[in-house]
Design a protein around this ligand. Structure first.
Ligand code: FE2
Ligand code: FE2
Length: 608
């Protein structure tokens, strides 16, 4: 009661005292939301309660239209209506002596219009890195129409104090471009604690809003699902039913489905594989993406960057699959899995990352950028092209013989980006090219193609004098290899004379394409031979995936003496699995506190 009276009094004072309030100013700058063909919403927050207002007009003309906020308050939300499609407008908003003006463009009317959008994931842990690394400027070169994020914008969305940091980080973008967000788990519940649901107060989602927000921009239809409608099996299933009905009536050239928890992910580098879990429950949802030929699935949550091979019916299908990309904001991917086309590299890359998608009439061109720790610069870490018409790949391949230098290199790179399978065999001849950049492009494209039909030829390049060629070829075998090569690959894995990066990827080749017995037996030999570092980590990871109770004795010996925490926990997790006896893997549990050679009690427990 008292609050209402005081608000009314303050309103009255403001009305009769138009002089500026020196205490005022923006707590959160105006940011644009829910841009449609005929309207847009501006949301901002002042430090003091005010009856805010907004002036606007077509760009280049006087701002002759004024809209007053509906009521006295700090957070204001004003919708500009009656606009024309694909048109630029300017707005200006004042609070106290603080004035913010910017321009925005309404959604286009043309359903064939090519568009560009940028995807940003899990930005809450970025601190100042977005501006420090120059990403804030770097994204502007694409002149994107829209930005899409999959949430985790702040640490705890129900904490009022946390929001200015997020809006401050992206203010130079969000004043004129729509940052449309699928709510992440860190935004907090939409259902519980609604009076502290600051995400809802600071955002306006399109269509029916949460949990299923949809909009069209040019040739692309976007669907955003809030995190509370995925995650548990029953949530995925309910969302799958909604999505199935919804996509029946969508006829856009491209469909993008974005939500926080990944359908597939390798998980981040840790001895705890919990981040692999989400996709396991997404069965029904995944089937709907298949059924409606969804172009792209964008997710976050797991703090890594990874792009999967196109997947359909839970299998790689380069021609007809949906492309799955996890933009988790950070760099820290686990070892690749069978579905991984590209994972980030924690040795050389750092946050932040973003992906730009150019939705062209005949193809989607996508590039991902991250900070390079090695070169202190923003670098392209992934490049891929979604082209439904195979004649694009065929023409690129046909042109190759006429190209030289940079254009030859770029053509080869395009063939890998396109996943154009018929290029696999012709690319082999470039692995010995005199020009290093051509050689490396061919090796990297072959790694992406991961084509089983050329695997026997690839084996001869595993000992190539150029280490990039040798390692890329090994990566190609990791992606696809016929089982009959497994025995010769196992020999190379155990051969100390072979390059470590080659052995690293060949471990994966055994994990995914050899019999479980051969893979596990080889890993036990490798670990017992005293390999170290990443090779040892990878071997334990592969052993975890392939070991059976028959490997218990060998693993007990290994775990007794193990020095590395990662390997110790990975072995322990595997021993829990194969013996059925559980030793606590808790951070402060007995295993975490144990020393090599002093794990007798745990070993006894597993032996029981
Ligand atoms: Fe997150
Ligand atoms: Fe999350």
């Amino acid at each position: 009661m008292f609050k209402i009276i005081s608000n009314t009094l303050l309103g009255a004072i403001l009305l009769i005292t138009p002089a500026v309030n020196a205490q005022s100013g923006f707590r959160i700058d105006p940011h644009i939301q829910n841009i449609t063909q005929d309207g847009a919403t501006l949301i901002w927050e002042s430090n003091e309660e005010e009856t805010g207002s907004l002036t606007w007009g077509p760009k280049g003309e006087p701002l002759s239209n004024t809209i007053d906020a509906a009521k006295l308050g700090k957070i204001q939300r004003v919708r500009i209506k009656g606009l024309s499609a694909g048109t630029e407008y300017t707005y200006s908003i004042a609070t106290g002596e603080d004035v913010k003006s910017a321009s925005f463009i309404t959604a286009p009317v043309d359903k064939d219009r090519e568009i560009t959008f940028i995807v940003v994931g899990d930005s809450r842990r970025w601190g100042n890195r977005w501006s420090e690394t120059g990403m804030d400027e770097h994204v502007l070169q694409w002149n994107a129409d829209v930005y899409v994020t999959m949430g985790d914008l702040v640490g705890d969305g129900h904490q009022y104090e946390q929001w200015p940091e997020h809006f401050g980080r992206f203010a130079s973008i969000t004043q004129s471009k729509w940052f449309v967000t699928a709510r992440g788990n860190h935004e907090g519940s939409q259902i519980r604690g609604t009076e502290n649901d600051w995400f809802a107060k600071y955002h306006e989602l399109p269509g029916d809003g949460e949990p299923y927000a949809v909009f069209d921009w040019g040739n692309t239809h976007f669907v955003l699902v809030s995190y509370e409608s995925t995650g548990r099996e029953k949530d995925w299933t309910k969302s799958a039913q909604w999505l199935d009905r919804h996509l029946e009536s969508v006829d856009s050239q491209y469909t993008v489905v974005a939500h926080h928890f990944p359908v597939y992910c390798t998980g981040y580098y840790s001895d705890d594989l919990s981040r692999k879990e989400p996709g396991i429950n997404a069965g029904e949802f995944r089937k709907v993406l298949d059924k409606h030929n969804v172009t792209l699935n964008c997710t976050g949550h797991t703090h890594i960057y990874e792009r999967h091979y196109p997947l359909r019916n839970n299998q790689r299908d380069d021609e007809n699959g949906t492309w799955y990309v996890v933009n988790g904001g950070d760099i820290n991917a686990n070892f690749p899995d069978w579905w991984s086309a590209v994972t980030d590299d924690r040795q050389t890359q750092a946050k932040p990352t973003y992906t730009v998608y150019q939705m062209k009439s005949d193809r989607v061109v996508a590039r991902t950028f991250a900070w390079s720790k090695v070169n202190n610069a923003i670098e392209e870490i992934d490049y891929f092209v979604i082209a439904p018409d195979p004649s694009i790949g065929a023409a690129t391949l046909k042109n190759l013989s006429n190209q030289k230098g940079d254009s030859l290199r770029d053509g080869i790179k395009d063939l890998g980006a396109l996943l154009f399978a018929p290029a696999a065999k012709p690319l082999l001849e470039y692995l010995d090219h005199d020009d290093e950049s051509v050689r490396h492009a061919a090796a990297r494209s072959l790694a992406l193609l991961g084509n089983e039909s050329i695997a026997p030829e690839l084996v001869t390049y595993l000992t190539h004098s150029d280490p990039v060629v040798a390692a890329s070829v090994a990566r190609s075998l990791e992606a696809a290899m016929p089982g009959k090569l497994a025995k010769s690959v196992a020999k190379l894995v155990l051969d100390e004379a072979v390059n470590e990066n080659v052995r690293f990827h060949l471990i994966g080749a055994l994990q995914f394409h050899a019999s479980e017995k051969l893979a596990a037996d080889t890993m036990v030999k490798l670990l017992s031979a005293g390999i170290t570092g990443e090779l040892r980590n990878r071997a334990s990871y592969t052993l975890a995936d392939t070991a059976t109770a028959k490997h218990t004795k060998a693993m007990l010996e290994l775990v007794q003496a193990e020095e590395s925490k990662y390997v110790t926990f990975t072995l322990a997790r595997t021993l829990n699995k194969v013996t059925g006896n559980r030793v606590s893997l808790a951070d402060k549990g007995p295993l975490a506190n144990s020393e090599p050679g002093d794990r007798g009690a745990m070993v006894d427990r597993w032996r029981r």
